[in-house]
Unconditional design. Structure first.
Ligand code: CO
Length: 146
C-alpha cells in the first residue's frame, strides 16, 4: 500500500480512454489498496486509476457510512432521475463545477475478489460513481461547464 501522486490537469493521462482489465489479480488488488489509501489521505470520496497515472478501468469510492467500493470495468447499466450538484476533483484543485447527473444508478463491474457485482445506489455515492467512471473515459468536470 503506497501513497500515490495524484496527476493534475492538464496531465494528458487524464484525457485517456482507459483499458478494461482482464481480471482482478494481486496486482489490481494492490493498486486498489493504494488508491483507497491515497483517496483517504487527500480527503477524497472517490478516485480513478488515471488520476494516479494508470490507464486501467479501476475506481474506488466511499459512501456516506465510510464503506469502500472497489470496482474494475465499471459500467452504468441503468439510471433514474437527475439532479445538479457542485463537484470538485482531486485532479482539478480549486475548480468547482455544477454537474447534472442521474440520481440513481445501477453499476455492474468486478470487485476486488474478481467477482461480478452489481451496485444499485442513489444520491452522493451514485454521483461519485458517475464522476469516477467519467475519468475512465477521459472526461472531467470542467467539460460540464456551460
Ligand atoms: Co475527479
Amino acid at each position: 500500500m503506497k501513497l500515490l501522486e495524484i496527476k493534475k490537469y492538464p496531465d494528458p493521462i487524464l484525457r485517456v480512454n482507459c483499458f478494461d482489465v482482464e481480471e482482478v489479480s494481486f496486482k489490481e488488488r494492490d493498486l486498489f489498496d493504494s488508491m483507497v489509501y491515497t483517496m483517504k489521505v487527500n480527503n477524497g470520496i472517490g478516485l480513478a486509476a488515471p488520476q494516479i497515472g494508470i490507464a486501467k478501468r479501476l475506481i474506488v469510492a466511499m459512501d456516506e457510512n465510510g464503506r469502500i467500493i472497489r470496482l474494475a470495468n465499471p459500467c452504468i447499466v441503468e439510471t433514474r432521475g437527475s439532479n445538479v450538484m457542485t463537484e470538485g476533483c482531486l485532479s482539478l484543485p480549486g475548480e468547482n463545477v455544477e454537474v447534472e447527473r442521474a440520481f440513481e444508478v445501477v453499476v455492474v463491474g468486478i470487485d476486488d475478489r474478481n467477482k461480478d457485482v452489481e451496485v444499485k445506489t442513489q444520491g452522493l455515492l451514485a454521483r461519485v460513481l458517475q464522476h469516477e467512471i467519467d475519468h475512465l473515459d477521459g472526461k472531467l468536470i470542467i467539460d460540464y461547464r456551460r
